[in-house]
Design a protein around this ligand. Structure first.
Ligand code: NAP
Ligand code: HSE
Length: 445
């Protein structure tokens, strides 16, 4: 993408916005535009006005500033309208959103989007279409809600080589894990996250790790230039975590967080990228362990800077709306200057992914076993056969369930493949009950 003259320049003193979607995030955008108009004029050089918003249901009464927005069901009246300078895609989903973003770009309109799902599937293609039409795609709100991590990665860290990005990238799951740790049920906690506007319209995408994987895909592209998709790497959600696992974690000195991990491994000749999303035991002394509620946090390790942490509200209408409006201000500035392509999306790089079976970590393992002599010896023998050595063994005799006791093990560093193979053998022992758990432990870098 070469910096160039934008083909589209508003002549009026108002930047005219067309929204596709006026739900949780769209409502936040309308609110911020209404409250911060003076700042927006000062910072972008023009006032900003929502010309109209496309929604599914034009008859539903909207609250707050959204109440005053003109509604339509015709998305063509946004993406092709001569009176719209910038298109703001806040409808979610992949296929329809892709089609509308593409159409807006082909019509020479810059697009601001909060939609990580569409960018995880089609990001590089959309950035190329934008460049070909002399406009930009802005997506600060797509990763980590209100935290300005996209600008940080593209501009603040532009001089540095990134070693690892590890982050709590989903507010809903962090909120749910926090409430479960306080004794609430999984179902109650998730319902509360939905009520507060943190969850996706289909919250399965939050709890199964898919939303975090979409965001990790975008970050990996910015950090390393790789064009991967979420279906290319392992993704595990929080659905199978139990209160017992959270309690074990705490007793062993960890907090459980759903982490997205993108890490360079190997020598410069055979550099690979380890990409994964899964619940992780985070040492309590690490900053990521204490990130509360629906907050997100991203730890970046880079050659020159070392470790930096970016933390803040990761979901909800106002934090996400703030990121969208920051993009709108940037887009309006570019429109007024008649420029595009100022910041390159990323330099394309080919880097092979680490085979999931070869991914290295220490692990927490939990088995429910007969309270009999010899059981522990049988399990540790299987682990030794797979070259897995142990750091901690803990039998919780006071937590008996129908005569069975939980056995907790913490391993030294090993591979995911060795752990999977050992678990398959342990499960065949007659003294071991159904319902084991295993969770990787975060490496302290
Ligand atoms: P939402 O509350 O469900 O709002 C979606 C909006 O899109 C609604 O106004 C809906 O219309 C409209 N819409 C959906 N399908 C449409 C269609 N086919 N035609 C016209 N309008 C359509 O969702 P949201 O939470 O605001 O999320 C929007 C986007 O932001 C998603 O990509 C999401 O992943 C992303 N995001 C959300 C958050 C968050 O905290 N919520 C944070 C970061 C990013 P109706 O109002 O008539 O139903
Ligand atoms: N559902 C998402 C989350 C919204 O909980 O993080 C922010 O992207």
């Amino acid at each position: 993408m070469n910096p160039g003259k934008s083909s589209h320049r508003p002549l009026s003193d108002t930047t005219r916005l067309g929204l596709i979607g006026l739900g949780t995030v769209g409502g936040g955008v309308a609110e911020i535009l209404a409250k911060h108009q003076d700042l927006i004029v000062a910072r972008s050089g023009a006032s900003m006005e929502i010309v109209r918003a496309a929604v599914r249901d034009v008859d539903r009464v909207r609250e707050g500033a959204a109440h005053h927005v003109r509604l339509t069901t015709k998305i063509e009246d946004i993406v092709s309208a001569p009176d719209v300078d910038i298109v703001v895609e806040l409808m979610g989903g992949v296929d329809a959103a892709y089609k509308h973003i593409r159409r807006a770009l082909e019509n020479g309109k810059p697009v601001v989007t909060a939609n990580k799902a569409v960018l995880a599937q089609h990001g590089p293609e959309l950035y190329a279409i934008a460049a070909a039409h002399g406009v930009d795609v802005y997506f600060e709100a797509a990763v980590a809600g209100g935290i300005p991590i996209i600008r940080t990665m593209r501009e603040g860290l532009a001089a540095d080589r990134i070693t690892a990005v590890r982050g709590i990238l989903n507010g809903t799951t962090n909120f749910v894990l926090g409430l479960m740790g306080e004794g609430q049920s999984y179902g109650e906690a998730l319902a509360e996250a939905q009520r507060r506007g943190y969850a996706e319209s289909d919250p399965t995408i939050d709890v199964n790790g898919r939303d975090a994987a979409d965001k990790l895909t975008i970050l990996a592209h910015l950090a390393y230039g790789v064009e991967v998709r979420p279906q290319d790497f392992p993704v595990v959600g929080i659905e199978s975590l139990t209160p017992e696992v959270l309690r074990d974690a705490h007793d062993l000195g960890f907090a459980v967080k759903l982490l997205g991990i993108a890490k360079r491994v190997g020598s410069s000749r055979a550099m690979r990228l380890d990409l994964r999303v899964h619940p992780t035991f985070v040492p309590l002394e690490h900053q990521l362990a204490s990130v509360p509620g629906a907050q997100n946090a991203i730890s970046v390790v880079s050659d020159a800077l070392g470790q930096t942490l970016y933390q803040g509200p990761g979901a909800g209408g106002m934090p996400t709306g703030s990121a969208v409006v920051s993009d709108l201000i940037e887009a309006a500035r570019s429109l007024r200057l008649g420029v595009s392509g100022r910041v390159k999306a990323s330099r394309k790089a080919a880097m092979a992914l680490v085979d999931p079976a070869d991914a290295r970590a220490c692990f927490y393992l939990r088995f429910l076993v007969d309270d009999k002599p010899g059981v522990l010896a049988a399990i540790t023998r299987i682990l030794a056969d797979h070259k897995i050595s142990l750091e901690t063994v803990l039998q919780r005799s006071r937590c008996k369930i129908d005569g069975d006791v939980p056995l907790l093990l913490v391993t030294h560093e090993t591979t995911q493949g060795a752990v999977d193979a050992a678990i398959q053998e342990v499960k065949k022992l007659r003294t071991v009950r159904n319902g084991h758990h295993h969770v990787p432990i975060m490496e302290v870098m």
